[in-house]
Design a protein around this ligand. Structure first.
Ligand SMILES: [Zn+2]
Length: 467
């Protein structure tokens, strides 16, 4: 039922079709009504460059930040994380000041993988329902663009090229993928801890040692730590990354103030007593006993990770998750595909057409070859074969394609109040005509009539019509 070929040529060229693709959508759910993001390429759409994407998708403990990277073949969650180190080595001297890493662009080899975009099923169902119920016609490419502009409404399908000998490893929690299983294992330990453990705040002994001053963030006023406490550097890193990731680290350090005030030092001591313990979520049984972060991470690594990674050569993941891919070669492939798709949403359009076709919707082309989707099949009706009120409506629309219901009523019933009974005489048959496909109502409320295509000289008449 794809494109019956036949727009109504002359009529729509300058009318409806043009209007249809340039107006804002005012249909479907709220997400569709929001203005598109300033920049659709989401990898750079958050006002920051890609390298500055905040930490939800980034491991703070990467080599540039002074700690070893996880070894290939198995992640090594950092057993010396801040909270636990504090109690384990209360008087350890601060680590040497970490230098801001100089980012040297490393050449990344793009993974040979096919990347395709698809509508997310629930969103798709909502849109299909809207099309079904409204009886209106929607431009397919604009629908695809709309989906693409909202990563939460799309999924991404990755399929490794046949000749490429590798596997994808996929997180079963969020469907993130990487070629290196260690990368996914680290991700699970770090990002899905909260899926497996409940957190519990407890009070420990105050830090011991001599503290004559304490550092304070000059921007937020937050108390950091005494410069001679082991948590000092970690605390600076944490605040910098969480709140001022765009500011060079050196500039941030220059804003730090040193306060010699016993009351403020006390305040810091009190605050640093608060610790977090972790309790395994009950899986039908009793909740686990409270353990430290390092212990919880060890449990994750030993018991959760082995069952939470799936090996595959093709994977489907939410587009939002695809944004967080850390495998550099895969990330590059997805970025490139995304940019290409933003220029024209080809793969999404194909997926959308297939999915809407599957839901028994119809397609037709109108105007300058613009493809529309609708729940009704455009069906031309000869005005001369109809009764008077319908003939009037059809003839008016043939002469004025692209007008609205309001325009139509105003033209056929000039000087009549909008609530007059005569108006109903026009609108009632109109609803029926739209439902039967004799009139096409576009998503923006404009109307048009499908016409029979005129056969080319010497050729048999073409099939059906189109709007
Ligand atoms: Zn995950």
């Amino acid at each position: 039922m794809d494109s019956t070929d036949k727009p109504d040529p002359a009529e729509q060229d300058d009318g409806t079709a043009e209007t249809a693709s340039s107006l804002e959508f005012n249909f479907v759910p709220d997400w569709a009504k929001q203005p598109p993001p300033a920049q659709v390429d989401f990898f750079v759409s958050k006002g920051r460059k890609e390298r500055d994407i905040p930490d939800e998708g980034r491991d703070r403990r990467r080599p540039g930040h002074g700690r070893p990277a996880p070894a290939r073949g198995g992640p090594r969650p950092d057993n010396n994380r801040r909270d636990d180190r504090r109690s384990a080595h209360p008087t350890r001297p601060p680590e040497p000041r970490r230098e801001v890493p100089q980012r040297r662009p490393e050449p990344v080899e793009r993974v040979p993988v096919q990347v395709r975009f698809m509508p997310e099923q629930k969103r798709l169902a909502a849109v299909a329902r809207e099309i079904q119920v409204s009886k209106k016609s929607y431009p397919l490419v604009d629908l695809a663009t709309l989906f693409l502009s909202r990563p939460e409404t799309c999924e991404v399908r990755l399929e490794l090229d046949r000749e490429f000998r590798a596997q994808l490893h996929q997180c079963k929690f969020c469907r993130l993928v990487a070629r290196d299983p260690a990368l996914i294992a680290t991700h699970i330990v770090k990002d899905h801890l909260a899926d497996c453990f409940d957190q519990e705040a407890v009070l420990s002994d105050p830090p011991s040692g001599q503290f004559t001053c304490v550092a304070k963030c000059g921007l937020s006023g937050e108390i950091l730590a005494p410069p001679n406490h082991h948590s000092y550097n970690d605390k600076i890193l944490e605040i910098h990354q969480a709140r001022y990731p765009d500011m060079p680290m050196e500039s941030y350090r220059n804003r730090i103030q040193i306060v010699h005030d016993a009351a403020v030092i006390e305040q810091w001591k009190e605050a640093s007593r608060k610790q977090t313990l972790y309790r395994r979520k009950p899986d039908g049984g009793e909740p686990g006993t409270p353990i430290t972060l390092a212990e919880a991470e060890a449990v994750m690594l030993k018991e959760i990770v082995p069952t939470a990674i799936q090996q595959t050569r093709h994977a489907i993941l939410p587009a939002v998750t695809a944004q967080a891919i850390r495998d550099p070669g895969l990330r590059l492939a997805v970025q490139e595909a995304w940019r290409k798709e933003n220029r024209f949403p080809l793969t999404l359009l194909l997926a959308l057409r297939g999915a809407l076709h599957h839901r028994h919707l119809h397609f037709f082309k109108a105007g300058k070859g613009i493809e529309f989707v609708s729940s009704v099949i455009p069906t031309p009706l000869d005005p001369e074969q109809t009764v008077e009120p319908i003939r009037q409506v059809l003839n008016h629309l043939r002469e004025h394609p692209g007008c609205t219901r309001k325009d139509l009523v105003a033209a056929l019933l000039p000087d009549i109040a909008a609530d007059a009974p005569e108006v109903r005489n026009v609108l009632t048959p109109l609803a029926w005509l739209v439902e039967r496909g004799h009139i096409i109502e576009f998503f923006n409320g404009t109307l048009s009539t499908p016409v029979k295509r005129q056969p080319a000289p010497g050729k048999p008449p073409a099939g059906p019509v189109k709007g």
